[in-house]
Design a protein around this ligand. Sequence first.
Ligand code: GLU
Length: 448
Amino acid sequence: MSNFKEVRVRFAPSPTGALHIGGGHTALFNWLWARHTGGKFILRIEDTDLVRSTKEYEQTIMDGMKWLGLDWDEGPDKGGDYGPYRQSERLEIYKKYAEQLVNENKAYRDGNAIIFKTEPGIDISFNDLVYGKVEVMSDGLREKDSEKLKDIVIIKSDGMPTYNYAVVIDDHLMQMSHVIRGEDHISNTPKQILIYRALGWEVPEFAHLPMILGRDKKKLSKRHGATSIYEYRDMGYMPDSVFNFLALLGWSAGDDKEIFTRSEAAELFELSRVARRPAVFDFDKLNYINQEHLKRLDPETRLKMIKPFWIEANLPVEAVEAERGSKWLADALTLMAGRGKTAKEMAEFSDYFVSFEPVKARWNADDLDREKLKEFYKYLFSNSEFKCEILEESARNWVNEHGVKMKDYAMPLRYALTGMKVSPGIFEVAEHLGREECKKRLEYFGLL
Ligand code: GLU
């Protein structure tokens, strides 16, 4: 590649399923390279499999990319100077070059199909930007268990182009500078180079991305759990975290930097730092990354993330918001900082801020010594100010005076207010719920 050529890369999914982890990963690395270099990121739909391709899948793939924050510069929905961007709309173009190859005696017809002749003695080695030099001679492309060179079908008898052919035509005409895709395509690359050479075209740079494995070191599949990007959204992972996590599969930002935004990643990204080693999909890591992003969110945005999960759990979010204001809810979640790996978990762990009902439903502590606890809680409520520090200090004084343990009094308080064994500092929670609400809850359980 000459140094002056604009970087143009593409994501070329077949719309035969939702956007899965592997596809999202490939799209993301292309996006990173385009944004890092100030180049262009193109979306091309490879829908030549007419039976399995659908417009619905095309739409879900685009929605998945948008959810991840991967915007493209040219594509079927956006247009651009190199369209059309759907292979099914480019059939005339494939036919034209196939005929040219037939006329130049580089391909032949077999019924309605057109077959490319594999000539011996052609060096189809390439220098992969990730895997290094891959040495192949065309003589190596042989029929199985035979000495015969394997010819390449380029147009099938139904008139549709094959993948290895259409991809060359499109990558050339769309002026791709780099082809960045999964390592499962390394073995296709020499065949594609053969076609570039036959057409007298310059070959783009290739960068193949490492395979993604499950924790058992087997290729990532449905068996390992959620494989479509949308399943992560529905589980309450943030797009920023899934982006961050996918970027770290096979790439590192250096300096052990693990948490970053899209634009930070784009700035730091280098193809030369992509690893050849297969990357292992580690849920603990995803959870950790998501938790870190949740912590870093501004309160209003965090509330927006959590709200749908409260609503899903039938909690009266709108009513509470109307009564206490959305800042009050957002502040409740700030108290939750670092609790819950996903938005869904954080919503579950904080339900008691939105309603007393789940606390009642969890309550199972009828063996408490109510009389002693009542004395303590009454004392707490005698404070004129219902503030965390004041509550905590007077609680400390009381337990010291009575020679009892704080936890024996604070734990039942936590349980009565939240229905949980763990929560943020209970006096902080009490202050946030407010005197009236706390009183109501303790009275309900006969503790005040
Ligand atoms: N449609 C092909 C796939 O999804 C594209 C491969 C490529 O990027 O060349 O695997």
